[in-house]
Write a protein that binds this ligand. Structure first.
Ligand code: BES
Ligand code: MN
Ligand code: ZN
Length: 484
């Protein structure tokens, strides 16, 4: 969708949304529009709306008028998104949203553009033309507002690139596992050098020499080579220590020898959602030329059963030197992250580190798909993330970490086992990760098993499946805490 910002000028065709209280005085006012307002009982309470056709010369405009009401809690972004979603099957190509004459700030106008793009998103690139006909055909979005220059600036410098990153993350999650497997995924990430990111790819040979046996063990059953990809964005002070973003990128999780049941197993193509959030966030940082040094690291592995696959009971030595008894090969994400986190901490000595992972089914039991689980060894960092959550729409809820949970990972045979038992499954997973972070790095873990992939979200901005959760949150966090 091509986005432009203009001063009030009524669209001559296409579909238009007018957000205001009055019908009279709107760019489309006419006797017919007033009559439609009356007939539909339009009372100008917040959210009241009606749709009709307005004549603009010889052409008709598919017009919706929505009242913003008196309260200052009107959500422009959400309202616009709801309208765009309602038009997905309409065949409309040109959309206009009128915010002129309201109290919408330039920032609100830019967010409306982002919300509209997110609501217009469907994953249809692998449909043939015959079935594409019922899909959105949106081409242009015009936003009429009182200060179009400032709105354009906010959009070009922030919300546009963030939207690009979030849509990239959605595409990566939605692509099937025969398209996005570790090497193919790494090649996709490599393309981001175009925007000024530096991208380094470690293959199995290199990871072996680094001692990353926890990550490599997960890939043993797959003929597809495991990869680790490091993205660097240096927009901050020269030589200043970076923030690190780390993502779980299991391109398909069968469970390995601890095989998952068959029902809905295809959902596990989305088990790289954490890595997609990191890739999308790095893409957005580069595109908006963020004034911060940030390193993104993703571990890309396919978890398969096979004659050579890792076995329950195997003991692996991680890059950190700590040994792990793999009691369940389906608790693989933490094994991938163990080496990725240790590598990040020792190589980059980050000022702060956040990892994202579709780590546990237990987080869905606790929070559904509304909030991501937040775990942290640092109260300041946790507060920063919760604040970024509030202003970015990616919601998080904090869980505890404690010695008693950590003890649940003790094993008689190795330094630890990779499962803690039925109780507190998301917390013991986070405790496991913490053992590879250590005490000196402010670190937070986001369990996005619920929020990263959804089926049937009520939020009009969210499509079926890959949501791109995390891209907005991470950019907000960097912008508010790491950019001067
Ligand atoms: N990728 C899954 C977690 C998951 C489940 C994500 C459902 C999204 C939806 C993860 O690798 C996994 O299998 N976790 C196990 C851990 C258990 C074996 C300790 C789980 O949650 O059952
Ligand atoms: Mn698993
Ligand atoms: Zn998994």
């Amino acid at each position: 969708m091509n986005v432009t910002f203009v001063k009030a000028a009524p669209a001559k065709s296409g579909a238009a949304l007018v957000i205001s209280n009055a019908v009279e005085g709107s760019a489309y006012s006419s006797d017919a529009v007033s009559a439609a307002a009356k007939a539909s009982g339009f009372a100008a309470k917040a959210g009241d709306k009606f749709s009709t056709y307005a004549m603009s010369g010889a052409k008709a405009v598919n017009l919706t008028v929505m009242a913003r009401g008196k309260a200052d809690t009107f959500d422009y972004e959400m309202s616009a998104a709801r309208w765009v979603k309602s038009l997905r099957g309409s065949g409309e190509t040109a959309l206009t949203i009128h915010l002129d004459g309201t109290d919408a700030t330039p920032d609100d106008a830019a967010r409306v553009a982002l919300g509209a793009r997110l609501a217009g998103y469907v994953f249809d690139r692998r449909k043939s033309d015959a079935t594409k006909s019922k899909k959105p055909k949106f081409k242009t979005l015009k936003i009429a507002c009182d200060n179009p220059n400032a709105a354009k600036k906010s959009y070009d410098n922030y919300y546009g690139p963030v939207g690009d990153g979030q849509i990239l993350a959605r595409d990566l999650v939605n692509e099937p596992p025969n398209v996005i497997y570790p090497k193919a995924y790494a090649a996709e990430i490599k393309k981001l050098t175009e925007f000024g990111l530096s991208v380094e790819i470690l293959g199995e040979k290199k990871m072996k020499s680094l001692g990353m046996n926890a990550l490599l063990g997960v890939g043993l059953g797959s003929p597809r080579e495991s990869q680790m990809v490091i993205m660097r964005w240096n927009g901050g002070k020269k030589g200043a220590k970076p923030a690190c973003l780390v993502g779980k990128g299991v391109t398909f999780d069968t469970g390995g020898i601890s095989l998952k049941p068959g029902a809905n197993m295809w959902d596990m193509k989305g088990d790289m959602g954490g890595s997609a959030a990191v890739v999308g966030a790095m893409c957005a940082l580069a595109k908006r030329k963020a004034k911060a040094n940030v390193v993104g690291i993703v571990g890309l592995v396919e978890n398969m059963p096979d004659g050579l696959a890792q076995l329950p009971g195997d003991i692996v030595t991680s890059m950190s030197g700590q040994t792990i008894e793999v009691q369940n090969t389906d608790a693989e994400g933490r094994l991938v992250l163990a080496d990725a986190l240790h590598y990040a901490v020792t190589k980059y000595k980050p000022t702060a580190m956040i990892d994202l992972a579709t780590l546990t089914g237990a987080i869905i039991v606790a929070l559904g798909d509304e909030y991501a689980g937040l775990f942290s060894n640092n109260d300041d960092l946790a507060s920063q993330i919760m604040a970024a959550s509030d202003t970015s729409t990616d919601k998080t809820w904090r869980f505890p970490l404690a010695k008693a949970y950590d003890k649940m990972l003790d094993s008689p045979n190795a330094d630890m086992k990779n499962i803690g038992g039925r109780a507190a499954g998301s917390i013991t997973a986070a405790q496991f990760l913490q053992r590879f972070v250590g005490k000196d790095t402010p670190w937070a873990h986001l369990d996005i098993a619920g929020t990263g992939m959804k089926n049937g979200s009520k939020d009009p901005r969210e499509p079926t499946f890959g949501t791109g959760f995390g891209v907005r949150l991470l950019n907000r966090w960097i912008a508010d805490n790491h950019e001067s």
